[in-house]
Write a protein that binds this ligand. Structure first.
Ligand code: GCU
Length: 410
C-alpha cells in the first residue's frame, strides 16, 4: 500500500531531476569561447569551391562528414512500401478537409508505419503541404475522433493540437501528413535499435548500428522521406512542393531529412537546438556531453567522441543548413529556450549564407539577431518568438507566410 502511494512521488522527483539543466550549462555570452568555424566552401583537399564544384563534389563531402561524425549513415538500400488505405473521409473537419489514414508496410515482415493525412478540400487541385513527425501519437495532433488511436497509447486525443494548428494549415490550402516518431524508432534511453526500423537493414549477424551508422535521428529522417514517398503516390498532393517541419529533437530530424533528401522543397526547424540548428562551437546551453547519457542514441556512436571537444568536429551546423541550399530554409527560436541557444541557431542560419550566395539566393548575411517577434523572411527565414520551447500558432503563421512565398504556384 505504502509502496503504491509513494510511487507517483518518486516518479515526479525523478522527472524533476531529469528536467533540470546540468550545473555546468553556460548561459553567459561572455563565456562563449572564441571559435573558428570550418568553411563549407573549402573542400577536403583544401581547395576553395565555387557553385559548380559545390554541386559536383563538395556538397556530397559535407554530407559524408555529417554521416561520419554526427548522425551516422542511413543505409542505401531502398525498401518498397505497400500502402493500405485504412480511412478516406472527405467530410473531415466539418467538411473542410479529406482525412486519410494509410498503413505503410516495409520489408518481408511488413514493418508498419501509420500515416495520418489531412488534405484541404479547397482548392480542388494538387496542393503543397507539410510533413512532420509527432511526439505522442497521431491522435494527439487533433481532437478529431476519426483519428485511429492505438489501444496501447494512453495519451488523450488532441493533447498536442496547439503544436499542429491543423485548421490553420488546411485553411491556407496546405496538406499535412504526420507519423508518430516512436513507430519509426522508439525514443527512450533503453533504445537498443532492436524494435524500430534499424533491424530491417541489418546485415547477416548484425545486432546494432556500427559507430558510423545511423541512430534515431537518422531513422526519423528516413521516416520523413517515407511520408514524402507516400505523397508522391497521392494525386491530391503536389509532392514537388512539400515542406519538412519538426520541433526540437524532431527539428533535428527534419534538418537531417532536408539535408539528405533534396525532394523536400522547403525545410523548417523549430527550436531544434543542439544537434539541430545551433552551432556546437558556441558551447552555450546544451552540449554534446549533456546528451550522451540520456539521448546518445539519437546520434551515431562516433559522435560521442566529440564530448568536450566540439572544436574538433569536422563540421558545424551552418554546414548542415548549407546542405539545404538553394532551397528555402526556416529556423525558429524562442526567447526562453536558452537550452537550445537561440543565438547559436541564428548564427548557423546566418553563416549558411555562403552556400546560398553561390546560388544568388537572398540570405541572412547582412542581418543581426532580430528582436523578438520580428521575423526575417529571406530565402533563409528566421524568427525569435517570445516564449518557451514549443510550437505555437505564431510559429505556424510565419511558416505559412513563408511557404506562401516559396511553395505557392505562380
Ligand atoms: C531535451 C533535449 C533537447 C531536445 C528536447 C526536445 O531538452 O535536451 O536536445 O531538443 O529535449 O526534443 O524536446
Amino acid at each position: 500500500m505504502l509502496r503504491l502511494s509513494i510511487a507517483p512521488l518518486l516518479f515526479s522527483i525523478a522527472s524533476i531531476l531529469v528536467a533540470q539543466e546540468p550545473a555546468d550549462t553556460n548561459y553567459d555570452e561572455t563565456r562563449v569561447p572564441s571559435y573558428k568555424l570550418p568553411d563549407a566552401l573549402v573542400d577536403n583537399s583544401g581547395k576553395q569551391v565555387g557553385r559548380d564544384e559545390w554541386s559536383a563534389h563538395r556538397r556530397a563531402e559535407v554530407q559524408t562528414l555529417f554521416e561520419d561524425s554526427v548522425y551516422g549513415k542511413t543505409p542505401d538500400q531502398e525498401l518498397t512500401a505497400r500502402y493500405e488505405i485504412l480511412d478516406n473521409d472527405p467530410e473531415a473537419l466539418d467538411g473542410r478537409a479529406t482525412r486519410k489514414q494509410i498503413a505503410a508496410f516495409f520489408g518481408d515482415d511488413g514493418y508498419r508505419l501509420d500515416i495520418l493525412v489531412y488534405i484541404p478540400n479547397q482548392p480542388r487541385k494538387p496542393v503543397a503541404g507539410f510533413v512532420g513527425l509527432n511526439f505522442d501519437g497521431n491522435h494527439t495532433v487533433h481532437s478529431d475522433p476519426g483519428i485511429i488511436k492505438r489501444r496501447d497509447n494512453k495519451k488523450e486525443r488532441g493533447t498536442k493540437a496547439s503544436r499542429w494548428q491543423v485548421e490553420m494549415i488546411i485553411g491556407q490550402g496546405y496538406a499535412l501528413a504526420t507519423v508518430h516518431r516512436d513507430r519509426i524508432d522508439p525514443d527512450n534511453y533503453r533504445n537498443d535499435f532492436t524494435d524500430g526500423i534499424h533491424p530491417l537493414f541489418y546485415r547477416e549477424g548484425q545486432e546494432r548500428p556500427e559507430p558510423r551508422e545511423w541512430g534515431s535521428i537518422g531513422a526519423w529522417a528516413w521516416g520523413l522521406s517515407r511520408i514524402l514517398d507516400y505523397f508522391e503516390t497521392d494525386p491530391q498532393v503536389d509532392a514537388t512542393r512539400i515542406a519538412v517541419m519538426g520541433h526540437s529533437r524532431l527539428g533535428k530530424a527534419a534538418l537531417w531529412a532536408g539535408a539528405q533528401d533534396t525532394r523536400f522543397a522547403l525545410v523548417i526547424s523549430n527550436n531544434s537546438g543542439c544537434g539541430g540548428a545551433a552551432l556546437y562551437r558556441r558551447c552555450y546551453g546544451e552540449r554534446i556531453h549533456h546528451m550522451i547519457k540520456p539521448v546518445g542514441y539519437w546520434f551515431c556512436t562516433n559522435h560521442h567522441q566529440y564530448r568536450h571537444r566540439e572544436h574538433d568536429l569536422p563540421v558545424d551546423q551552418h554546414m548542415l543548413l548549407g546542405l539545404v541550399a538553394p532551397r528555402p530554409l526556416y529556423i525558429a527560436s524562442a526567447t526562453a529556450d536558452r537550452w537550445a541557444d537561440p543565438k547559436g541557431e541564428f548564427l548557423a542560419a546566418k553563416y549558411a549564407s555562403h552556400v546560398y550566395e553561390l546560388f544568388n539566393r537572398s540570405n541572412l548575411s547582412g542581418h543581426d539577431l532580430p528582436m523578438p517577434d520580428q521575423p526575417i523572411h529571406t530565402t533563409v527565414g528566421y524568427h525569435l518568438r517570445t516564449g518557451k520551447h514549443d510550437v505555437t500558432a505564431y510559429d505556424w503563421q510565419q511558416y505559412l507566410k513563408f511557404s506562401d512565398t516559396f511553395l505557392k504556384e505562380d
